[in-house]
Design a protein around this ligand. Structure first.
Ligand SMILES: *Cc1c(COP(=O)(O)O)cnc(C)c1O
Length: 442
């Protein structure tokens, strides 16, 4: 598709503008000189790309998976662009409520819901997906005539197999999520469960995240659609909607989106045509593919040195922000971009370097043996594609303070305007969240 490279280069151009602007003031007012950035125009573009990829006549709610980026102002932007929100804990539900989502735009998928969590969601009119038969029995006691019309589904595990990253794959034979559709007796037990509960009118499936090929994802969705059709053959119209989960992967090695939302819809149409024929309402729960591209982290290089012949640049960005990459670099590659001290793409001679972070373990590296323009103290390193599952969910190791997150817009003249989306944590905040009393407070 022609539109994809154009969008990618526009995104790169906005990122370059923002890095350049941040290098003149903003970063150096911070101690340490480290910040995360969210491309607000990029969010609009991503949501537009998602919404236009799905057939326009279909009744579809695109519920952003909050865990991918639970910053309240980000969720509020997604809401303004017409998205709903999928939440999987009381904290995420509170974040989504703070971002202004109406109950009808919310879906609760917590893997281990308490009675209180279920009661709150049902009383509020939030859609709920049930994980197991015991949870379903608990819901029986909560469904009362005075409730808003319940939107309740059962999460099926279609057991279609694992993707490239086992920890991200949710449709293995023994995966912990949902009800295993192909286990002996389960299909009959599920059909009985739907027969006994006329209010049970949705089916949910989420085949996994990064590393799950589109065809595997679509095969899992097709199994859920097939099950819904089976229920409806017995009692026409009982299943009104299918929640297909998320899982569109992101190519972290380039700026170009592949696969795209449209590619996913093509795969779904091939594997499960009935999903798109208007019989069912649809909910999607994309997270990573909506936000990963729309965030980056920038840090000044504090020092450089050479150890055992290896050139090393030490920065303030590391495992506290890109935790998965630090612990499993082969599964979670990220690019690192070198900029000079003025925030312009670096033009120094490329050299093999390690880029180290601020945490006290040797694996805290943004990049190992990476060929990059030779970095010097004061230069900038930028980690793109960190808008999902990275700086938005910091790791508290070493009591490093999560950096501020700035949203940015670039106007027609190339002027960049920053707004604070999340203030930096202070060391007083760290003391307070560690059971202590910050100095100067009593
Ligand atoms: C994590 C998750 C998602 C989002 O997955 P992405 O790979 O970010 O699109 C959607 N639904 C459920 C139930 C999830 O656990």
């Amino acid at each position: 598709m022609l539109s994809t490279p154009i969008a990618a280069s526009a995104r790169q151009a906005r990122r370059d503008r923002a890095v350049h602007a941040a290098a003149h003031g903003l970063l150096d007012r911070l101690d340490p000189p480290l910040a995360a950035f969210v491309d607000l125009a990029g969010i609009a573009e991503s949501v537009h790309g998602l919404r236009s990829a799905w057939p326009s006549g279909l009744d579809v709610l695109h519920a952003f998976a909050a865990k991918a980026n639970p910053l309240v102002p980000v969720l509020a932007q997604l809401r303004e662009h017409g998205m709903g929100c999928e939440v999987s804990s009381p904290g995420e539900l509170a974040q989504a409520r703070a971002a202004g989502f109406a109950p009808g735009a919310l879906v609760l998928d917590s893997p281990v819901k308490t009675l209180g969590e279920l009661a709150d969601a049902l009383a509020s009119g939030i859609a709920v997906n049930i994980d197991n038969f015991e949870e379903l029995e608990r819901v029986d006691r909560l469904i009362t005539p005075d409730l808003p019309e319940p939107r309740v589904g059962v999460r099926l595990n279609p057991q279609v197999g694992l993707g490239a990253i086992e920890a991200m794959s949710t449709a293995g034979r023994t995966t912990k999520f949902g009800i295993a559709l192909d286990d002996p007796g389960n299909r009959e037990r599920l059909l009985d469960a739907y027969r006994a509960r006329p209010w049970l009118r949705w089916v949910h499936v989420h085949v996994g995240s990064q590393g799950v090929p589109l065809e595997l994802n679509a095969a899992g969705v097709a199994a859920a659609v097939g099950f819904a059709q089976e229920v409806n053959r017995q009692r026409p119209g009982q299943i009104v909607g299918i929640d297909v989960g998320g899982g569109l992967p992101v190519d972290f090695t380039s700026d170009t989106d592949s696969p795209t939302f449209a590619d996913h819809v093509v795969a779904l149409r091939r594997a499960a045509p009935a999903l798109l024929d208007g019989t069912f309402r649809v909910v999607t729960e994309y997270g990573r593919a909506v936000m990963a591209r729309n965030g980056f982290v920038a840090s000044r290089v504090e020092y450089t040195k050479t150890s055992g012949g290896r050139r090393i640049a030490l920065t303030h960005a590391g495992a506290q922000l890109v935790t998965r990459t630090a612990f499993a670099p082969d599964l979670w590659p990220l690019r690192v971009l070198a900029y000079d001290r003025d925030g312009l793409p670096s033009r120094t001679e490329p050299e093999v370097q390690d880029i180290g972070g601020p945490c006290c373990f040797a694996g805290d590296l943004l990049a190992r043996e990476r060929l990059l323009p030779r970095l010097s103290a004061g230069d900038l390193v930028v980690v793109p594609d960190t808008g999902a599952y990275s700086f938005s969910s910091p790791f508290h190791y070493n009591s490093l303070t999560p950096p501020p997150v700035y949203g940015f817009d670039v106007d027609g003249d190339g002027e960049v305007r920053f707004t604070v989306l999340r203030a930096a944590e202070t060391v007083d905040d760290v003391v307070a969240r560690s059971g202590g009393i910050p100095a100067g407070r009593d």
